[in-house]
Design a protein around this ligand. Structure first.
Ligand code: SDX
Length: 436
């Protein structure tokens, strides 16, 4: 980051001395006012509970222009990556800053492929769960449990260790998600296959059984690979910020990623894809397209707390570019599978059309986000609704670990420790029980 000519001066109407704060510029996007010395200079904190105006770090990985609806991974537009690259090329880009050449791609693919198996002991963690446990509860447990297997070989200050942890996490997430799925349907786990692509191997572990040959559909393989690319990273979203804050204590990277999984589960974040599909199911059950008006009315009624799931975004005040690509993928997969008349897809497109013509959504700049269509295409692929967010976690793991490694690799990084505005009881004495 570079020091701007511009400076910020903070003055106080009570005559306290004003302070001058440096302004820094990135390569693109908003400048930042550096308030690191504010407390020392003024005895005051800034106040920004939802981090609406706060840059928590500097990063070179992902850039979002919310007004333009633009998303760049290391400078490359998501539209170009989703059509010209595969997920492992995107992982290489996010981790190391550049797309791989042919030789680098083959080396990286082999490295990831050779780490897809998990320790045989991992299967015993699943047995503690009920068969109907939510896959995200299982994933939070399994990813955290991975730290037990690599704790002694993970010195996070060693770049080599950080890299092998990244490879292990990217490689093992599909295996763990497939195990979580197989456990809930009572089928045996399928071991990873080194002769299949990353997405193909995941489909195989999810849908193959030991009883017969399973043929990976190239259409589903490509669609899933694109879904992974679209979910790979998204600058300082809630779960990535969780991973950074958790990792800033120097904890095991597997434990930090488990914290990211837990945060992503929330319906306001990664859990929205599951919630969006259930919302479409509910409208469908009520009567489908002709019930959209009634549903929108509920969403606009402040007392209903009903939200249009898969709509709105803290940063995008325009169409989420991933939602456009997801809708395209939806079209391709449904057409390929002869499901172009899929009522839920029709309903979703109608719902989007009506919402985007309604002043409530237009005035609040609420557009479809990545979660609005992703459920429909995952359902068409055969992925059960409760597993949608686990797929999101699988794909976002590379973003989490790239951001974590970027932070740990910065010699200036410190443990994150925000302060507060205290509004509780001031000091008082404990009264004996008889007097309370
Ligand atoms: C993801 O941060 C990321 O980058 C996340 C993500 C990633 O890749 O990591 O992109 C993934 O989490 C996408 C978002 C998935 N969540 C949903 O689809 C859930 C539904 N969306 C909302 O909960 C909401 O839009 C958020 C949480 C996504 C954003 O909320 P903000 O930025 O805090 O905005 P807000 O709640 O202050 O909303 C502003 C106004 C409010 O109305 P008013 O108080 O001004 O009258 O818009 C309303 C909100 O009530 N609003 C909605 C709405 N989203 C916002 N009203 C109805 N339906 C919605 N979906």
């Amino acid at each position: 980051m570079k020091l701007a000519e511009n400076k910020a001066t903070l003055s106080f109407s009570n005559g306290s001395p004003s302070v001058e704060l440096p302004v820094y510029q990135g390569n693109v996007g908003p400048d930042v006012v550096d308030i690191r010395k504010l407390y020392a200079q003024t005895g005051m904190f800034t106040y920004d509970p939802g981090f609406l105006s706060t840059a928590s770090c500097q990063s070179a990985i992902t850039y979002i222009d919310g007004d333009k609806g633009e998303l760049l991974y290391r400078g490359y537009p998501i539209e170009q990556l989703a059509t010209n690259c595969d997920f492992l090329e995107t992982c290489h880009l996010l981790l190391y800053g550049e797309l791989p050449n042919t030789e680098e791609k083959s080396k990286f693919t082999k490295l990831v492929t050779n780490h897809t198996m998990v320790n045989e002991q991992m299967q015993f963690f699943l047995r503690g769960f009920r068969r109907d446990a939510h896959p995200m509860a299982i994933m939070t447990g399994l990813v955290g449990a991975l730290s037990a297997f690599y704790h002694d070989s993970t010195d996070i200050n060693n770049p080599e260790h950080r890299n092998i942890s990244a490879i292990r996490l990217i490689a093992k997430m599909p295996t763990l998600v497939a195990m979580a799925y197989k456990y809930t349907i009572g089928q045996p786990y399928m071991y990873p296959r080194n002769d299949l692509s990353y997405a193909g191997n995941f489909l195989h572990m999810m849908f193959a059984t030991p009883c017969e040959e399973y043929k990976v559909s190239p259409v589903l393989e490509r669609a899933l690979d694109r879904i992974f690319i679209l979910h790979a990273d998204h600058e300082q979203n809630a779960s990535t910020s969780t991973v950074r804050l958790c990792g800033s204590s120097g904890t095991n990277p597997f434990a930090a990623i488990a914290a990211g999984v837990a945060c992503l589960w929330g319906p306001a974040h990664g859990g929205a894809n599951e919630a969006a599909l259930n919302m479409l199911y509910d409208i469908q059950k009520e009567g489908g397209v002709e019930k959209i008006g009634e549903f929108i009315k509920k969403v606009k009624d402040k007392n209903s707390s009903v939200k249009l799931m898969g709509f709105g975004h803290r940063v995008y005040k325009n169409y989420d570019p991933r939602a456009k690509l997801m809708q395209e993928t939806c079209n391709e997969v449904l057409t390929e599978l002869g499901l172009e008349k899929d009522p839920l897809f029709k309903l979703a497109k109608e719902l989007e059309k009506i919402a985007l013509e309604d002043e409530y959504f237009v005035s609040r700049k609420l557009y479809p986000n990545v979660d609005f269509y992703s459920g429909i295409v995952q359902r068409a692929i055969g992925i059960p609704v409760p597993l949608f967010t686990a797929i999101f976690a699988l794909a976002r793991t590379v973003g989490w670990i790239a951001q974590l490694n970027e932070m740990i690799g910065d010699p200036e990084y410190k443990i994150g420790r925000p302060r507060q505005l205290f509004t509780g009881s001031t000091k008082r004495d404990v009264q004996p029980l008889a007097k309370r």
